[in-house]
Each structure stands twice: as C-alpha cells, then as structure tokens.
Design a protein around this ligand. Structure first.
Ligand code: FES
Ligand code: FES
Length: 160
C-alpha cells in the first residue's frame, strides 16, 4: 500500500504523518500518533465514540480517510483541557455524574464542545439533537444533557 505524507494541525500542534491511502483519521490518531482518547466503537459511523472536530465541524473520524485531512485542523478530546484546566464541558460532565464506563465520553465531550462553539446557549432540544449521533449504553443521557446545559451557563459566566 502506498504511503502518503500529510500535514495537519492536531490540538494546536503541527504534525506530518505518513499514512496508507485506506487509513482512517481514527486509525491515524490512535495508531500513528498514540492519541487514544478518541475511541473506536463500531468503525461504521454508528456510535459517535470516534467523534473529533475537523475544521470546526464534529465528524465521525472512522468515516474520514486520513489522506483527506491534509491541511486540516483537528481537535480531539486530548485538546480540550488548556493549561491543566478542564474545558467547562469536561468539568460539568464530572460534576453531574455523566460518566459511567466512559467509553462514549470523549465523543460526547467533543460533540458538546462543537455545539457550544457554534451555539453558546442551546436549548435542551438543541443539545439532544447535537448528541443524537453519540450513543451511550450506561447513563440514560439525562445527566449528560444536564451537564451540557450547565457547561453553557459556566462558559457564559466566564465570558462576562
Ligand atoms: S467508531 Fe466511528 S462512529 Fe463508531
Ligand atoms: S458512559 Fe458507558 S457508554 Fe456512555
């Protein structure tokens, strides 16, 4: 399989990576860059565990080829905390008990961050819609939705 050299920014760091043409973004993150926070749940675009922000939009990284990401800007769960301080969505999901097994959590956090970046004050309906592609088998979703609402409030308090 031919390798292709791609250049991209991941969590603010410039990276050059040699990837085979059939490697997904998810595989590249986990296998080439040891960024294992992004989870492999289904490899079929069904579960959302692999969600990352690609050029500002949440995507299932198992459905994107790494070679398509040449020049892209990618944010993974490893990029949410800044200078040792958790992102408001991370802190809120802990405080609301929205983590059980934790497998869905990186994808939930990324989808939530992408939502709050484009809509800082979402309704409950908008939160549920933003998380519809992220499956959780443990929590029943209520605590996660409450956490995102709270994260929005905390984020707004930080900006006034
Ligand atoms: S691993 Fe990508 S959607 Fe499930
Ligand atoms: S906390 Fe287990 S799948 Fe969501």
């Amino acid at each position: 399989m031919t390798n292709h050299r791609i250049s991209l920014t991941i969590n603010g760091e410039y990276e050059q990576v040699d990837v085979p043409s059939n490697m997904t973004l998810l595989q590249m993150l986990r296998e080439k860059l040891a960024q294992t926070g992004t989870k492999n749940g289904c490899m079929a675009g069904e579960c959302g565990a692999c969600t990352v922000i690609l050029d500002g939009e949440p995507v299932n990284s198992c459905m994107v080829l790494a070679v398509e990401c040449d020049g892209a800007n990618v944010v993974t769960v490893e990029g949410l905390a800044k200078d040792g301080v958790l992102d408001p969505v991370q802190q809120a999901i802990i405080d609301h008990g929205g983590v059980q097994c934790g497998f869905c959590t990186p994808g939930m956090l990324i989808s939530s961050r992408a939502l709050l970046d484009r809509n800082p004050n979402p309704t409950e309906e908008e939160i549920r819609e933003a998380l519809v592609g992220n499956l959780c088998r443990c929590t029943g979703y209520l605590r996660i939705v409450d956490a995102v609402k709270d994260a929005a409030s905390r984020q707004q308090a930080l900006t006034v």
